[in-house]
Design a binder for this molecule. Sequence first.
Ligand SMILES: *[C@@H]1O[C@H](CO)[C@@H](O)[C@H](O)[C@H]1NC(C)=O
Length: 302
Amino acid sequence: MRAGGGDRARCEVRGKPIRQSWSSKSKIELPVVVLACSFFFLAGFYGSSLLAQDVSGAGARARALESVGDERDYVPLPRGETGDDSFVSIPFQVLSWGPRALYFPNFATAEQCQSIIKVAKTGLKPSTLALRKGETAENTKGIRTSSGMFVSASEDKTGTLDIIEEKIARVTMLPREHGEAFNVLRYEIGQRYNSHYDAFSPVEYGPQKSQRVASFLLYLSDVEEGGETVFPFENGINMDGTYDFQQCVGLKVKPRQGDGLLFYSLLPNGTIDPTSLHGSCPVIKGEKWVATKWIRDQVQDD
Ligand SMILES: *[C@@H]1O[C@H](CO)[C@@H](O)[C@H](O)[C@H]1NC(C)=O
């Protein structure tokens, strides 16, 4: 409120601006305005806490963060050469800080998902593993039983993967050039991927030219039962050395067509986040289709 404005007062009630206008002839004293503002503020404040079910903990914290965005209408700033002209709103939920995992509801449309499945169906092959010392295709059988196909955005002539890749780059702020080609996977009943890391520990895999920083999973289908992405070590649980890598325990994310899941395999200091261990629980009913984008610390030339 501009003190000298005279004919217009503005008071904020629960983040929503309320404008009151009156003729400058009807002189209303400042203290009256302050009182009125205080009354509405307090009424709104107590009213909302009475109505709210959960005024403590994560729920209240999330609302407090949200309210910051609602208080006024923002105007875009002049952009840089590579920036955007307007605001973009892509909803997400922080699922965890250990690992750093985000859920993006309705990241892609049903049509986009179906289009990606159609492209991948043309070249499905049994998925393979990066092998550690002493491992062979034979003695690792059963760890990863899905079928899949690598397909880059430019190979998808429908243009769908191009749109999705651009959107993933936006939400991660990791440039598209750092992504591997999409790995589109199909899991049929009983098929699974035991818990593993997407990053390659040099101790186990030898020196690495580049490292996977983050993984973005786009669920292309609903799964009737099973097929969850599971983080067994979420927030340090199950890390006492007794965990069996086939077990589906911990934080589970149920696949839903169009939803995205992003998690970081590396900590801010560049070391592998031990809690980024994850797997795909066996599909019990239905079929699971997922497009995976692994994003690296170096530009990829695929
Ligand atoms: C990296 O960060 C983690 C978590 O803060 C810490 O435990 C670890 O010791 C750090 N490693 C190095 C090499 O800085």
